[in-house]
Design a protein. Sequence first.
Lengths: 300, 279
Amino acid sequence: MRISPKRDRKETLTAFLFLAPGFALFLLFLLGPMAYSFRISFYDWKIVNPAKSQWVGLANYAETLANPIFRRAVINTLAYAVVTVPAQIALGLAVAILLNQRIRGRAAFRVIYYLPVITSWVIVSLLFEYMFIGQAGLVNYVLRDVLGLISENIFWLADPILTFVPIHLLGIWKGVGWTAIICLAGLQAIPEHLQEAAEVDGAGVAARFFYITLPLLRPTLVFLVVVLTIGALNAYISNLLITNGGDPLDLTHFVLTLMYEATFGRLDFGAGAAISYMLTLFVFIISVVQIRLLRREMDI
Amino acid sequence: MGMKRSRFLSKTITYILLLAGAIIVFIPFWYMIVTSLKPQSYIFEIPPRLWPREVTLQNYVVALSKDRFGLYFLNSLVVAITTTAVTVFISSLLAYAFARLRFPFKEALFYLLLLGMMIPPVMLIIPQFIVAKQLGLLDSLQGLVLVYITMNLAMQTFLLRGFFEDIPQELEDAALIDGAGRWTIFWRVIIPLSRPGLAVVTIFTFLYSWDEFPWAHVAIKETTRRTLPIAIALFQSQHLTEWGQVFAASIVALIPVVLVFVIFQRYFIQGISTSGLKG
């Protein structure tokens, strides 16, 4: 079908009218700020009087990288991703496989498993903090008096390592529901007759899982690894609330709680912007690498 | 026969595992509910109890009357509803253009928009703070709404475009031949046929803006403009030991999201599957 140039021009005009409100907001509050922040990261930025800001080149980046608190925050953040991403996927996949059967009460189970996902991070962070309180906390009580695994109360929240137990558990607990729903969608896309045929051929549960389910679920799993890793590297609220932003001794920061402190605590906007750019670059590289690696395996 | 018995066995195991998982997932919520119903004197009781010895609504009465809780609830509601309504409208416009219209730089613009899905939101907080400051949007609900809409646009446009593309082109062609303009088609044909998609966008956006913390935490310092997540976080840091009240407030804040989720559960699952797996 040929379309006259006049109609073409009219359609373009219409299209731009449809796009205008969205792209106006997008430029003003997303792309613009992103570019602006890049500039700020090269300045000793004065928020009160930006005209007095001084160009410092890469100093914000260099100082951040040399800062031991930042290095510790990087390690903490990476550890969080390494622990919580595989755990969420393993548990989410298990829940999805269980839910992907003809059973009663599926809807009710789905609601319960999804409850942590829809609850605000603020609420669940406070909840986990309360459960892990040293004296009279529920977790210590269960470990000591019910299971007899420990003889003394553990002061989870006062220790720079142990404080990550509630933070990691929270991350996993809150994410399993979403991971399970995504896996469930992936499972439902697998044709049932494949499973049935394999069963008729005598393939056991394990064989069917490893030779049918897992390979066909690969695109879903790749997607999950990438998205969950991005989420984990951007974790922020639970740490801010549970450690009060780095307690004890600034040893428990995540990269973003440190960014928050640099920016809004010390009003060092340049350093904050540098930190967020480095994180974004890192997240981007990690995502590309993951997609490459996991895709390649898939092609074999 | 053996097959039938092993079916029964595997079903039983499935139920046991699902139930065990559900209990583990639910215990923290249960503990929150129980704590919110305990008198303050039992908050640090040893041993802690999963069944309250004494039930009282005192925490709810105190928490809800303290600190302008009603106002914060209203702020959250205004922000979430406005954000949701505007986001649904604007992202539908975008999605329609990308699904059905021909225009130059279409692909480039679409990828530019997708960039919005990849940028970590917290990275934008500093420059958004500066922009909002210059526009006088700090300490205002409008400032929250505008940023929330922007942060949702990419994802929701992407999602809706998928729904719009599934509507048969013939319907639109028929309307065009009848002389209808694009706006009429958008408003009278596309929108009414996309209710499930619009429901998904509604739910996602509502939950996001109801729960959002980082931006509100930075942008709002004025007490009367707080939304619930900031109010609850600050309440806890000011009343360190009054967990009963903290959780009473939390549960009231949770009610709208649970309602929205339970009512729209079906669409929600569908939406996650569509938006998630097309990525």
